[in-house]
Design a protein around this ligand. Structure first.
Ligand code: PA5
Length: 322
């Protein structure tokens, strides 16, 4: 897995094979459906583009979806039932659809309708193919005409630029290893202004390290989560806060993070900050995501667990088929 995590910038350089019929999308609103490692694509595109994008992580399109909306379906395997169910909803409504997948039913059903399919390479676990899925998503938006060349180029530049952090982020003397060591046998609690970054950290720690993790978004954290540190009593000895910071955080969020660190410092076992590197917002988001992926890997090693082991997800999917 470590090779695949380290190949993140390389994955972001790839160009997907496109099957089916291209079309231009002149509308504003896009629904992006996907679960888990694939669902992370919608989170990222919404955080980055701040446009009329609705992220769907469930079985149905919201009731306000209309036939003129575009629906992008992201499923690495192409067989995830929630995403296929959203596809059915989109077909019933008469929406045009675009798929991002390595194959499966999603590819077949999309091609049967002549919808474009942006193909990512097979042979990976969904969460370690995130660079491929994300690039396919950004590339699809460019091909559809939803983002312009300049916006696309900002993403391309950022994905090339993050390669320069490769040496500093890897290895047992890196800051990624250090954070993993700090959260080892503890309850990591992640705070960020970016849902795409925070949820990715949480999910990667859950799936790769088989470790509990919690994420709360800023500034919403200040209105509820902040009060949850009295009980159960063991929280004081186990909770470890990680603040993920970017230069692009709202100025009041920056201030709020400093105050929250001070308020909670005696209620938790420790606090760390990760300051994003990079010359653009998207580069800083990619940096933090890559950083977190490496943390989850090192935590898996420290937990002596196999980062590919997702027994409970497998059992659940199997039982759902009975
Ligand atoms: O990382 C994983 O394996 C999961 O989170 C999957 O991404 C999730 O179950 C959805 O599957 P898929 O990405 O194939 O649609």
């Amino acid at each position: 897995m470590i090779e695949n995590i380290l190949s993140f910038p390389k994955q972001l350089k790839f160009f997907p094979e496109v099957k089916g019929k291209f079309f231009e999308y002149k509308g504003d609103r896009i629904f992006i459906a996907g679960m888990g490692g694939s669902g992370a694509v919608g989170d990222f595109l919404l955080d980055w583009l701040k446009r009329d994008i609705v992220v769907v992580k469930g079985y149905n399109l919201p009731s306000f979806a209309r036939s003129e909306d575009l629906v992008i379906l992201v499923s690495y395997s192409g067989n995830t039932e929630e995403t296929l169910s959203v596809f059915e909803d989109a077909l019933k409504l008469g929406c045009r659809c675009v798929s991002i997948t390595s194959g499966g039913k999603l590819e077949t059903l999309s091609l049967n309708r002549d919808f474009p399919v942006f193909k990512v390479p097979t042979g990976y676990h969904p969460r370690e193919a995130y660079g491929y899925l994300l690039k396919a998503g950004v590339y699809a938006l460019k091909v559809l005409g939803y983002i312009d060349r300049d916006t696309y180029n900002v993403f391309v530049e950022a994905s090339e630029a993050i390669n320069r952090y490769k040496d500093s982020l890897q290895g047992e003397d890196s800051p990624t290893y250090e954070i993993a060591a700090k959260i080892y046998r503890r309850l990591p609690i992640i705070y960020s202004q970016y849902i795409s970054v925070g949820v990715r950290w949480k999910n990667q720690i859950n799936e790769n390290a088989n470790n509990f993790a919690h994420f709360s978004i800023f500034p919403e954290q200040n209105h509820n989560d902040i009060e949850g540190f009295d009980f159960p009593e063991f929280i004081k000895d186990k909770a470890y806060l990680i603040f993920l910071k970017t230069d692009y955080d709202h100025p009041r969020v920056k201030r709020r993070m400093e105050i929250v660190k001070d308020i909670l410092k005696d209620d938790v076992v420790g606090i760390s900050e990760v300051n994003a590197e990079g010359n653009s917002e998207v580069e800083q988001m990619l940096y933090l995501i890559w950083f977190g992926d490496l943390v989850s890997y090192w935590l898996a090693i420290q937990n002596s667990t196999d980062p590919y082991r997702i027994d409970r997800i497998r059992t659940l999917k199997r039982k759902l088929q009975l």
